[in-house]
Structures are given as structure tokens and as C-alpha cells.
Design a protein around this ligand. Structure first.
Ligand code: NAD
Ligand code: TYD
Length: 353
């Protein structure tokens, strides 16, 4: 048996591929367009491993996808491929609509065609798992209960609106065509291979190079952080035992204000690699102009996944963030490769003010 993973050279997808092949011998066909966010360096541990077949392609490329499905006959598709950064979606939403809506639609069409022609046994076993975000639910007030699966979708950014659209398409392919789909809506991830445009890796790397740690607005926006390996375990569990057509919220019960997140990672860096001048890295915290339409709070209620499928996160924020800081300190070569070239252009555009 084989599974087909899309976006498996990105942050979460590459962690998923590595964890999957560490836990089982079932091969993976990994389809990734290798945008700025896709990086084969994440997968060097699999060089020469016949269980990992990498294909550079767009999920919207019908010719490639239909051939891969026919040739490899996967028992499941796990769809990570997406444009994923809110700030980039504000600067340029078109790419988000193209990949997250149009290409995801195309992938669903190919999956439907393939699944429709499978013999009964394989047809029954097939799954299309769509990896999505808590941002589709919009923003919470301080005292609102955490997001639950039945909550209304109220996306506020081009990123979250495009993910919401893809979730609706996935849902309707089950309702209308019977495609055996599963959807996961996860909170903010962090951990190894996180591209340093996102808050946590950006601040670790800026701290080490003695640059400002940019905090949008008042830094009191709340996110619910989950260590990436816990997210990967949740996806494996939903793929294994999720009820068809259902959605599952995935979160770590770790709500934290951005300023506290950055304060925590500065304290770990102070301990592991103190600044030569004895000052704390926290002295580099700099408040900058807020993100337009910045969602104030996200929080996930993961009760359904915990109760029905028995998943629980292994890491607390304290253990996960320490592992993450240690990983960035130990992987300076990876950092040097991803922070060259186009990444510098993004920093110039986003933080010039
Ligand atoms: P990422 O940006 O690090 O990786 C996305 C990957 O998809 C990259 O490797 C990129 O090359 C690839 N890709 C982009 N467009 C493609 C296309 N048209 N065809 C094929 N490949 C394409 O993103 P991530 O953080 O790993 O997120 C993965 C998925 O998880 C996304 O769907 C995202 O919405 C979702 N998600 C992310 C988070 C988070 O905190 N990062 C939280 C919840 C859900
Ligand atoms: P981010 O990592 O971009 O994830 P998301 O917007 O999908 O939640 O941002 C996490 C939080 O950190 C979010 O509230 C925006 C904030 N943030 C900053 O304060 N400064 C930054 O430089 C970045 C990139 C994000």
C-alpha cells in the first residue's frame, strides 16, 4: 500500500513524511511544487530511501496527478499543499486563491475520478484527508469558548478565506459525490523546519543575529500553539479511525499571547546561548505596526478528537518550545540555506517600516 502526500516538502508536510516513515514502511509519494516554502533539505534524512518518492508538481496539474494516481494506486491522499502565510496573503492574495481554492478543487476532481474507478474493496478503504486551519473560524473575544467543529466559519484574511473555501469544497465532495473525506482544523504549529517568516522561527533567528524581534501591535493577540509532531500524530490517527465526512479540531490547549511566546523563547536562548554583552534577548523586542485585520484570539477545543479517537498532545508549550529552540541552534546549515535569496526580499518588503 502507498499514500500520496501533497506539500510534503513544507513545514508540517515534511515533519509528517519523516514521522510516517519512522513509524511504518508504507511508502509515500510526495507531490510538492517547491514554492519558496518547500524545501527538499527538510527531507535529506530520506535520501536514498526507496519508500519516499518525490515528485515536483503543482496539485493543480491534472496530467501529473492523474498519472501518479494511476501508477501508484494510493489508498489515501493527505493534502497539506497550500499557501500558508497570512502576511503574504495580505500582500498578494491571488496565489492563495489559485492554490488553496482552484488547485485544491482540481485535486479533488482527480481524486474523485480515481476513487470512482477503484474496485469495491479499495474504494471502501480510500480516504482523502484535507489539512486545514483554525483560522477559518475567525477571531474570538477573550471570554468566548474555544472553537468547536460546528462553529460558523468567519474567515478574516485572504489566507483563511481561501482555506475556508477549500474546506467547503472538500465537504461538498463527500455530501454530493460520496468521496470519503476527512478534514482536520489545527491551531498554530511550531517545531523543526518551520520557515522563518512565521513568528517563532523568525524571532529565534533574529534574536541570534541581534536583530529586532518584531511584535505586531500590542503583542496581546492570542494563539493556541501545538508542537508539529503532535499535529502529525493527530493526522495519522484521523486517517486511521476518523469518521467519514467529519471534521476534527486539533489543538494543544496552549493559549498564549504573542509577547509571552517571544518572552519564553528569549529566556531559553538566554540560558542556552547567552548574549556576549549579558543582556537578555528580550531587550531586542520591538513593537511594530499591526497586521491589517489582525485576528485577536484563536483557541481550539480538541475534545472531539481526544474523546472519539483517543489522541492527546505529548508536548506542553514549555517542552515543545525548548526542543524547537534547541533544533534551530543545532541546525545552522538548514537555517543558512533557507535564509538566503528570496527570503531576504520578503524581510525587506514586510519589515522595511
Ligand atoms: P508551508 O507553507 O510550510 O508548506 C506548504 C507546502 O506546500 C510547501 O512545500 C509548498 O511548496 C507546497 N505547495 C504550495 N503550493 C503548492 C501547489 N500548488 N502544489 C503543490 N505543492 C504546493 O505550510 P505548512 O505550515 O506546512 O502548512 C501545511 C498545511 O497545514 C497547509 O494547508 C496549512 O493551511 C495547514 N495548517 C498550517 C498550520 C501552521 O501553523 N503552519 C496550522 C494549521 C493548518
Ligand atoms: P504567524 O506565525 O504569522 O501565524 P498566524 O498569523 O497564522 O497565526 O503569526 C503568529 C502571531 O504572531 C500572529 O498573531 C501574528 C504575530 N506576529 C508578530 O507579532 N510579528 C511577526 O513578525 C509575525 C510574523 C507574526
Amino acid at each position: 500500500m502507498t499514500i500520496l502526500v501533497t506539500g510534503g516538502a513544507g513545514f508540517i508536510g515534511s515533519n509528517f513524511v519523516l514521522d510516517w516513515l519512522a513509524e511504518s514502511d508504507e511508502p509515500i509519494v510526495n507531490v510538492d511544487k517547491l514554492t519558496y516554502a518547500g524545501n527538499l533539505d527538510n527531507l535529506t534524512a530520506l535520501n536514498g530511501d526507496a519508500r519516499h518518492i518525490f515528485v515536483k508538481a503543482d496539485i493543480g496539474d491534472v496530467t501529473v496527478i492523474s498519472k501518479l494516481l494511476a501508477d501508484h494506486r494510493p489508498r489515501a491522499i493527505v493534502n497539506f499543499a497550500a499557501e500558508s502565510h497570512v502576511d503574504r496573503s495580505i500582500h498578494g492574495p491571488a496565489e492563495f486563491i489559485q492554490t488553496n481554492v482552484v488547485s485544491t478543487f482540481s485535486l479533488l476532481e482527480e481524486a474523485r475520478r480515481y476513487w470512482g474507478e477503484l474496485p469495491d474493496g479499495e474504494k471502501h478503504a480510500f480516504r482523502f484527508l484535507h489539512v486545514s486551519t483554525d483560522e477559518v473560524y475567525g477571531s474570538l473575544e477573550k471570554t468566548d469558548p474555544a472553537f468547536r467543529e460546528g462553529d460558523q466559519y468567519k474567515p478574516n484574511s485572504p489566507y483563511s478565506a481561501s482555506k475556508a473555501a477549500s474546506d467547503h469544497l472538500v465537504r461538498c465532495y463527500h455530501h454530493t459525490y460520496g468521496l470519503p473525506v476527512l478534514t482536520t482544523n489545527c491551531s498554530n504549529n511550531y517545531g523543526p523546519f518551520h520557515f522563518p517568516e512565521k513568528l517563532i522561527p523568525l524571532c529565534i533567528l533574529n534574536a541570534l543575529s541581534l536583530k529586532p524581534l518584531p511584535i505586531y501591535g500590542d503583542g496581546q493577540q492570542i494563539r493556541d500553539w501545538l508542537y508539529v509532531k503532535d499535529h502529525c500524530a493527530a493526522i495519522r490517527r484521523v486517517l486511521e479511525a476518523g469518521k467519514l465526512g467529519e471534521t476534527y479540531n486539533v489543538g494543544g490547549w496552549n493559549e498564549m499571547a504573542n509577547l509571552d511566546v517571544v518572552g519564553t523563547l528569549c529566556a531559553i536562548l538566554d540560558e542556552l546561548q547567552p548574549r556576549a554583552d549579558g543582556l537578555s534577548y528580550a531587550s531586542q523586542i520591538t513593537f511594530v505596526k499591526d497586521r491589517p485585520g489582525h485576528d485577536r484570539r484563536y483557541a481550539i477545543d480538541a475534545t472531539k478528537l481526544e474523546r472519539e479517537l483517543g489522541w492527546k498532545p505529548v508536548e506542553t508549550f514549555e517542552t515543545g518550545i525548548r526542543k524547537t529552540v534547541e533544533w534551530y541552534l543545532a541546525n545552522q546549515d538548514w537555517v543558512a540555506n533557507v535564509t538566503s535569496g528570496a527570503y531576504q526580499n520578503w524581510l525587506g518588503k514586510q519589515y522595511s517600516h
